[in-house]
Design a protein around this ligand. Structure first.
Ligand SMILES: [Zn+2]
Length: 69
């Protein structure tokens, strides 16, 4: 995926930065615990299409924290 495009994308719910998961082809918001799918190279930025993460994937709310994958 295009890095510049990726840098522009934010979570539609919290406007937070998303983490690109290359293997899963998902854009992850660890604050909301949602993973947005990338379908054929196009990020689907719809909360209703997003996958809910497990509790172990989700971070506590702490903006500014740089997350690990
Ligand atoms: Zn979010």
């Amino acid at each position: 995926m295009d890095k510049e495009l990726l840098a522009m994308l934010v979570c539609p719910l919290c406007n937070g930065k998303l983490k690109y998961n290359r293997e899963a082809q998902e854009l992850c918001c660890h604050y909301d615990g949602l993973a947005y799918p990338i379908q054929e190279g196009i990020p689907v930025m719809l909360p209703e299409e997003a996958r809910a993460m497990g509790a172990d994937e989700k971070l506590p709310i702490s903006p500014g924290r740089t997350g690990e994958v």
